[in-house]
Design a protein around this ligand. Structure first.
Ligand SMILES: Nc1nc2c(ncn2[C@@H]2O[C@H](COP(=O)(O)OP(=O)(O)O)[C@@H](O)[C@H]2O)c(=O)[nH]1
Ligand SMILES: [Mg+2]
Length: 332
């Protein structure tokens, strides 16, 4: 007889393959469970999912930008638009500043209300808890589960800087949602956020000419940097109104165009591999610091080891390498 763990994991895998909502909920709870015996099962599930070819066709999209820019509202509009094509959609709303279970997260649920109740749409809200390795681990795990079921997985995160880099490692396409208003450009440029996004959106176009001015500013700011990413993609700057449902088709088209461009240039697989490696390294760095990484030969050596371990899930790698670092730290 197989051990209980095998049957539970394979039952979940079957449920996910069938698109069963209760299996999605259970799998999300499992990968979020920190009890040691559950962790082991969670890693089994994530290992299996990471190796499944079904995730090849999913597109993961990060929606980032300051609180209030309209990320949730845009997502609601976008989900409505993508549902017309019959796409299945998973949404992860992350609020790293929040310890509460209500507040902003509840707001997200309400703003995404109409679309989130639909069949074929799954919304997962996550608040920051004291997580070893940060919120990125939990988000990555949830995204892996949703990627097994849906055609699109959106991750909404607040903020700039570090949290942005984190989500950049988790997605295929990064969207930056800007709030109309002067004076933000310098801040964006200083924070270096103009380099990461694949699509820029100035939302709230309905409030008047200031939105168009922000768009012009953004285009000017972008042209000061690299002419285009190393992958040859030129990030578009779109104007939308989530409120009036304007520019939503164009946003959907831009997301698909980015995927097609990346797949045609071979950048898609490369980026996923690089993102996976970066995720493992960042996770280890968050846990053990640069000092910890140095105890097992430093970043460059670890990077090569991670790249060579193509058949392991990133979660398993983080776990195994963490144990190795802890051992090395004890001995030093
Ligand atoms: N005028 C206008 N208000 C918007 C638009 N999109 C969102 N909002 C409002 O902006 C506020 C913040 O929106 P929300 O989607 O929660 O932003 P998030 O924090 O980035 O997720 C809410 O009051 C929305 O109703 C828009 O296109 N036009
Ligand atoms: Mg929101």
């Amino acid at each position: 007889m197989p051990p209980a763990s095998d049957t539970r994991v394979s039952r979940l895998l079957d449920g996910l393959a069938a698109g069963d909502r209760s299996a999605v909920s259970e799998a999300l709870n499992l990968v979020d469970d920190r009890r040691p015996e559950e962790r082991e099962l969670a890693f089994e599930l994530l290992d299996a999912l990471a190796q499944s070819p079904s995730t090849d066709s999913v597109q993961r999209v990060g929606m980032t930008g300051a609180p209030g820019a309209g990320k949730s509202s845009l997502l609601d509009a976008l989900v409505g638009r993508l549902r017309k094509d019959g796409s299945g959609i998973g949404v992860i709303a992350v609020d790293p500043s929040s310890q509460r279970s209500g507040g902003a997260l509840l707001g997200d649920r309400m703003r995404l209300g109409a679309s989130a109740r639909e069949q074929g749409v799954f919304l997962r809200s996550m608040a920051a808890r004291d997580r070893l390795g940060g919120l990125a681990d939990a988000t990555q795990a949830s995204a892996t589960v949703l990627s097994a079921v849906y055609d699109w997985v959106f991750i909404e995160t607040v903020g700039v800087g570090q949290s942005e880099c984190d989500v950049a490692n988790l997605v295929d396409t990064l969207v930056f949602v800007a709030q109309p208003g002067a004076g933000d450009m310098l801040q964006f440029m200083k924070a270096g956020i103009l380099e990461l996004p694949d699509v820029f959106v100035v939302n709230k176009a309905d409030i008047g000419p200031v939105a168009e001015r922000t768009r012009v500013e953004l285009i000017a700011g972008l042209s000061l940097g690299e002419p285009a990413g190393s992958d040859g993609w030129q990030a578009p700057v779109l104007l939308t109104s989530a409120r009036d449902r304007v520019g939503i088709d164009e946003l959907a088209t831009a997301l698909t165009a980015h995927r097609e461009h990346m797949q045609q240039t071979g950048g898609w697989e490369k980026r996923r591999a690089q993102a996976g490696t970066a995720f493992v390294l960042e996770s280890l760095r968050a846990r053990h610091g640069e000092y910890g990484l140095d105890r097992v030969g430093g970043t460059a050596k670890l990077r090569r080891r991670i790249e060579d371990a193509v058949n392991r899930s990133p979660f398993r790698l983080v776990l195994d390498l963490s144990h190795e670092i802890e051992d090395a730290l004890r001995k030093s």
